[in-house]
Design a protein around this ligand. Structure first.
Ligand code: HEM
Length: 239
């Protein structure tokens, strides 16, 4: 594909690499569209200063929205697994932490805050931060289900002490998931280095140039990516 940029006479050729399927993109946006109302209605039930909102008709409405969104939110990963089991397993595996992710953690401040590219070791299809986001979403999805379903159907049946623990774990899952979601939102829409993530989640593709720069292990393969990185580090040290 070629694009014409204002002020430049020649067209620039961009090579696009597929990253997400249509089902994955639709799933991602439906997940967002259900997570936000779940978080908003959940927080209205959680924070004492929002208690007036959780009373009477308004309270019933909040609880109804929470339950409807929860059904879709809960079903999404199951539908994904049924439609594209190999992709589901591939993604779940890719999110698992590895020893090499420590390199990302160490380099992240220099890379994200100071734009020092040579500090960041080559990353795979997902960098360690994206993997962390994926893993937190999976773990909290399980936690929301394991606590939310008995909270929904077990009131008056489950012993009150156990019910209290379910609510506490549901709240903890909310704090972790909302915290991660806010970081994810900032990086996706506001951070200058991460613009390509939003393009790939809209159109399913990523430019080869961006993949080579930010996901070198995926683009070149692990060995070549390390060679290129070592060369870049030496070059930066000489200047
Ligand atoms: C499988 C998904 C989920 C299910 C089945 C579920 C279910 C429930 C139920 C039944 C309640 C009790 C509402 C009531 O008072 O009648 C509740 C409360 C709540 N939910 Fe969820 N929920 C889910 C996902 C989420 C998510 C994604 C969030 C936030 C990101 C969230 C945050 C909360 C919070 C903060 C409360 C208030 C708990 C309290 O009273 O301290 N929930 N949820």
């Amino acid at each position: 594909m070629t694009v014409q940029i204002k002020g430049r006479p020649e067209a620039i050729a961009i090579q696009w690499i597929p990253k997400y399927t249509f089902v994955e993109r639709l799933g991602h946006w439906l997940h967002t569209a259900t997570f936000i109302p779940l978080a908003v209605t959940g927080m209205a039930l959680y924070f004492p200063f929002l208690q007036p909102l959780a009373q009477g008709e308004a309270g019933l409405f909040l609880r109804m929205v929470h339950r409807i969104a929860a059904v879709i939110f809960g079903l999404l990963p199951i539908v994904y697994y049924v439609l594209q089991p190999r992709r589901f397993i591939m993604h779940t595996r890719e999110f698992l932490p590895r020893k090499e992710d420590i390199g990302w953690l160490k380099a992240a401040p220099a890379y994200y805050l100071l734009g020092k590219h040579e500090a960041m070791p080559p990353q795979g299809r997902f960098n360690a931060g994206e993997k962390m986001n994926g893993l937190v979403m999976i773990v909290t999805w399980v936690a929301f289900g394991l606590t939310g379903i008995p909270m929904w159907f077990g009131k008056g049946v489950i012993p009150p002490e156990l019910f209290r623990w379910l609510v506490i774990f549901h709240d903890l899952a909310m704090i972790v998931a909302v915290g991660m979601f806010l970081v994810h939102l900032y990086l996706a829409v506001a951070h200058p280095l991460m613009w390509a993530g939003l393009v790939s989640m809209r159109f399913g593709v990523i430019s080869a140039e961006y993949a080579a720069e930010h996901h070198a292990k995926w683009y070149y393969g692990p060995q070549r990516a390390m060679e290129i990185w070592e060369a870049k580090k030496q070059e930066a040290a000489q200047h």
